[in-house]
Structure formats: C-alpha cells, structure tokens
Design a binder for this molecule. Structure first.
Ligand code: FES
Length: 125
C-alpha cells in the first residue's frame, strides 16, 4: 500500500499511471480508507478494496499465484474490460467497477471518483 498522498482539490494523488498496469489494480490508503484502483483500458476506477462477500482484497484480482514447488501459476478473478466488472480473487463474485454493485446478492461496495492529471492518478473520497 502506498504512503499517504497529498491532497489536491479534494483529490489525493495515489499513484503514477505507470504503476497500475492495464487490467490490474493496486491498493492505496486515502485517509484511512482502503481503496483498490484499477486501470481499465487507460481509464482509472476506484472502489473499496474489500469484497462485500468475505472481505477479500479486490486489488489482487487477476494476480498470478505460484505454488510451493514453483511448478505452476494460476490467476483468480480479474478485470473484465468489456463488462466493466472486477471478479473477486477468492470466490469470483463479479462487481460492477462503476457502481460497486454485486448484481446477484444486491450487495454494494463504495466507489470513488478517480482522475488522471499529468500522468498521475488521483482519487477523491
Ligand atoms: S470474498 Fe469475494 S467473493 Fe468471497
């Protein structure tokens, strides 16, 4: 998680664009709130980092895992750029990355404004 960023018109700088690869997320802390920031085809989206099911860290969606013998890798969940969803790495609940909603359960997580200025990503809580 990155260090506490500076404040700019209600927005906090959380990362440089290059720190968030396309189709992946990072975890940031803005005033004590744990937020996952995703790069979806160059558009940045900020949602709560905790899954509404059992609290998995959503920024790990799509992360590759390696087993103890280093013999295989596997990824769980990830960003769907066409549907604008992120699926949780634990049990694959699909959350709308713009509304934070999980359609099947009706549960919802927080979403936040995100913008890019001069190659820097900002989030407003
Ligand atoms: S904790 Fe996210 S789907 Fe279960």
């Amino acid at each position: 998680m990155s260090a506490k960023p500076e404040i700019d018109d209600g927005y906090s700088r959380v990362a440089s664009v290059g720190e968030v690869p396309r189709g992946r997320g990072i975890a940031v802390d803005v005033d004590g709130i744990e937020i996952a920031v995703f790069n979806v085809e160059g558009e940045f989206h900020a949602i709560s980092n905790r899954c509404p099911h059992q609290g998995a860290p959503l920024y790990k969606a799509g992360e590759k895992k390696i087993n103890a013998e280093d013999t295989w890798t596997e990824s769980r969940g990830g960003v769907n750029e066409d549907d604008l969803t992120v699926s949780c790495p634990w049990h694959l609940w699909e959350l709308d990355i713009e509304s934070g909603e999980h359609e099947v359960s009706g549960k919802c997580i927080g979403t936040f404004d995100a913008k890019v200025v001069d190659g820097e990503v900002f989030v407003r809580i």
